[in-house]
Design a protein around this ligand. Structure first.
Ligand SMILES: Cc1cc2nc3c(=O)[nH]c(=O)nc-3n(C[C@H](O)[C@H](O)[C@H](O)COP(=O)(O)O)c2cc1C
Length: 116
């Protein structure tokens, strides 16, 4: 996070991350642990294989902070986990153009539903 970042400048906050061991990256979870209550929060992730459970841990963190979870979007992302990097990785074409468009659409929908 940048030095000048102020949580209270924002009412809606999005966390974006790759997935490691079925969770958002630890530093992203750590950032969520620091947020003040009362925010609306959404999540975006890339992973090897889609599973809606990937947001469970960070959603719990956010709920414990007294914030509201308002949606998530996930898609496949380029994966170089372990030996995969030796063969050039997996999901080399992800996110696709369509997946990126869907991510943008997802954020626009959030803005329409919850923005001022
Ligand atoms: C150490 C490690 C663990 C991972 N664990 C998972 C996992 O549990 N489930 C999954 O679907 N993808 C997993 N992946 C794949 C990444 O989530 C995926 O490649 C993601 O697009 C990486 O995003 P980034 O390049 O922005 O970091 C893992 C990748 C790494 C390197």
């Amino acid at each position: 996070m940048t030095e000048n970042f102020e949580w209270n400048d924002y009412e809606i906050i999005g966390f974006a991350s790759g997935i490691a061991y079925k969770k958002f990256y630890e530093n992203v979870n750590n950032a969520a642990e620091m947020m003040p209550g009362g925010k609306k929060v959404f999540f975006i992730y890339t992973c090897a294989k889609i599973n809606s459970d990937f947001t469970n841990e960070i959603e719990n963190i956010v709920l414990e902070r007294g914030c509201e979870c308002i949606g998530s979007y996930g898609c496949k992302g380029y994966n170089t986990y372990g030996p995969l990097k030796l063969i050039g990785g997996m999901n080399r074409k992800n996110p696709t153009e369509d997946e990126l468009k869907n991510a943008v659409e997802f954020v626009k929908q959030i803005e329409m539903a919850y923005g001022n």
